[in-house]
Design a protein around this ligand. Structure first.
Ligand code: SF4
Length: 662
């Protein structure tokens, strides 16, 4: 770890070097291996690499290491030249660099926090770029990395000392303090010790959205009843959260490093660990060489659970209790909670009228130990659902419509997607969870649904220990006149037809993307090889009921799954599986030729049965993302559970209606 960082005046250390990530990859090699030192004044921003994505900085296989020092050894392992790594193992660290320089939009792609970790633990203190992807910038801030632009670097290389304030002044007051303290952990410690006075918010009383109301009532260090508005930097209490075996090991390591081997958590009962993501990893040949590291991740999660006594959702006899997002809403998320967890689909908890979103390991380790987190209040966008779903449509079709229509135009970008209206009231709680789950695919900050009696009944049925009146009193409703920067959009569900998101044509520059919406009626005959029903989005009780509805109709018509098609159903949780067994659906699935998989994450993470094996294979899947390569090399169409099941019996992508098999 770094001591005394950052100083009040930033200057270059004469013992250290500056690495320029140039478009000319040979120049990078000269700097890494032959001692070439460059000056900003001799280069232009156009000479530097743009859009360096986080996969390039730390490819997926690097993320199987949990120790940032190990991750740093393979920094930039994804930057290739003529099929070979530009950065050999330890190249960044051995180069003795303290500054790294690139062009536009540094840190695009996934939100993985390992990307800035690989730089920081290789000795980089200052990151220079023309612009940064927002989540990557936030991760840098949490790690205490100082970010600047090329003109500042030019001044530094001329020997100037630049006041830290010049680097931090573009941020809000709380972020400034986090950076001045050297990162999120140092900030939280100082706050807990009373060494920091939080700047008071000056937002006057105002009507608020649901997200704003939950944040406002969790404010730390502000006066009672303080209102918030978008972009207010605040510290907010968090009621609970969870991590899984891909992320827990880092959380444990960070807490040990910061608070010592005997650290404790103040409120472990509303936090949890899940063994769900890598249970079927051995099915993916690419993951097999890393199975020893995956076992280490599992072992460290067990160690963390025993150490902290958080809720334990480990696999038993190789079977997971379920996907974290599904089990969390079934078992411990309450109405009105503010929940954060280490996975992007945490937003699924919004179906319970809770504010829920995913965070990186540093933020999570900090909030689980401190009980509060630093956030910027997000803007909101409102979807008023009216009308009812036409036969053959589900909530999945509604969110595929919103993806194609609103997310594609970036109306949902980084905003809280608020769902309400009489149309929402007609949807089951599981269906509402589908809308919230895919707020992530909309690049939204989160999704949150209005509360009603249906929700309260579902809460008490799922968690009988809860008190009905307490749950009702915790519910939030948007105020009349609340401000929606993304607008208020009326969605008439009765006008939505069964949809897919098609796989595009990446070779022709049309990426595979969940926003590639198309009505099934318009896509022609698309033969399929695989139908997959499962994942956090589509492994819930109501999704399985949809699969059962179609399977029953198929059986009544004397059909089994079409020859040449593999139809997989993977239950979202043990509770869902038990329901399927007790309702007779499990046996029905077996009779009509479905391949059943125990609860957990699977094909959607490229791990487990149901992934494509060849580029020619076509899958129709009820999962949430169809990014190229994520679930195998084939073409993947996203669709509703009804469409997936109907297609499995027809052999082509087909929307469902009652007479389909007659
Ligand atoms: S089911 Fe898939 S999308 Fe959902 S949490 Fe697991 S890996 Fe992620």
């Amino acid at each position: 770890m770094r001591d005394n960082w950052p100083p009040a005046k930033i200057a270059l250390n004469p013992e250290k070097r500056v690495l320029f990530l140039t478009k000319d990859l040979e120049l990078i090699k000269q700097q890494l291996y032959n001692g070439l030192d460059l000056k900003m004044e001799d280069l232009s921003v156009e000479d530097l690499l743009d859009d360096i994505n986080t996969d390039v900085m730390t490819p997926a296989w690097v993320c199987f290491d949990h120790d940032p020092a190990e991750i740093a050894k393979n920094a930039y392992a994804g930057l290739m030249h003529n099929g070979l790594r530009v950065f050999n193992e330890n190249a960044l660290k051995n180069g003795n660099f303290e500054v790294i320089v690139s062009g536009q939009r540094k840190g695009t792609g996934s939100s993985r926090e390992t990307a800035p970790q690989c730089e920081r633990w290789a000795g980089i203190n200052i990151v220079i770029a023309a612009s940064f992807a927002p989540i990557h910038a936030q991760n840098n801030i949490n790690l205490g990395q100082i970010m600047g632009d090329h003109s500042m670097l030019e001044r530094l290389q001329k020997g100037e000392n630049i006041a830290l304030e010049e680097f931090t002044s573009r941020y809000d007051k709380v972020t400034q303090i986090i950076l001045e303290k050297g990162g999120l952990f140092a900030f939280a410690k100082s706050l807990k010790n009373g060494e920091i006075e939080l700047p008071p918010l000056d937002t006057p009383p105002r009507p608020m959205t649901m997200a704003e109301k939950i944040i406002a009532r969790n404010l730390v260090g502000q006066v009672e009843g303080q209102c918030v508005k978008p972009n207010d930097p605040v510290i907010a209490q968090v009621q609970g959260g969870y991590s899984h075996e891909f992320t827990t090991a880092q959380v444990h390591t960070f807490l040990q490093n910061e608070y010592g081997e005997d650290y404790t958590l103040p409120n472990p009962s509303k936090f949890a660990v899940f063994e769900d993501h890598l249970l079927y990893a051995h099915h993916n040949p690419k993951f097999v060489p890393h199975m020893d590291k995956i076992q280490t991740l599992r072992d460290l999660q067990v160690e963390f659970q025993k150490h902290t006594l958080v809720r334990d959702y480990s696999a038993k006899d190789g079977v997971s209790p379920g996907i974290c997002h599904q089990v969390a809403r079934e078992e411990f998320i309450e109405v009105g909670d503010f929940i954060q967890a280490t996975d992007s689909h945490t937003c699924m908890g919004g179906a319970s009228n809770a504010l829920t979103w995913g965070v990186g390991a540093t933020e999570y380790a900090n909030l689980i130990s401190a009980g509060f987190t630093s956030i910027k209040v997000p803007e909101s966008i409102r979807f008023d659902l009216v009308g009812t779903l036409v036969p053959g449509c589900t909530a999945k079709d509604v969110i595929l419509y919103i993806l194609a229509d609103h997310a594609r135009e970036e109306l949902t970008l980084n905003r809280s997607m608020e769902f309400g209206g009489e149309g929402l009231a007609s949807l089951s709680i599981d269906e509402r969870a589908t809308l919230c789950n895919m707020a992530t695919e909309c690049s939204g900050r989160t999704g949150i649904c209005e509360a009603d009696d249906l929700l309260f009944e579902w809460m008490i049925k799922s968690q009988p220990h809860l008190d009905l009146e307490t749950q009702k009193s915790r519910a939030v409703h948007a105020d009349e006149g609340a401000q929606y920067h993304g607008g208020v959009h009326v969605i008439n569900m009765s006008e939505i037809q069964p949809m897919v998101a098609h796989p595009g044509n990446p070779d022709e520059g049309i990426p595979s993307d969940p926003t590639n919406g198309a009505n099934i009626a318009d896509i022609g005959d698309v033969s399929i090889d695989i139908a997959y029903g499962g994942s956090c989005t589509a492994g819930k009780a109501d999704d399985v009921a949809y699969y059962a509805q179609v399977c029953q109709a198929a059986e009544n018509a004397g059909l089994v799954v079409k020859e040449g098609v593999d139809f997989y159903i993977q239950y979202g949780s043990g509770i869902v599986k038990d329901l399927a067994v007790s309702e007779g659906w499990h046996d029905l699935f077996v009779r009509v030729g479905v391949k059943l998989i125990d609860p957990g994450c699977g094909a959607c993470i490229g791990a487990g049965p149901g992934v494509s094996i060849t580029p020619e294979q076509v899958t129709v899947s009820a999962i949430n993302r169809n990014f190229q390569g994520r679930s195998g090399p084939g073409k993947l169409y996203l669709a509703s559970p009804l469409t997936v099941a109907a297609s499995a019996f027809m052999g082509t992508i087909t929307s469902w209606h009652e007479e389909l098999f007659n």
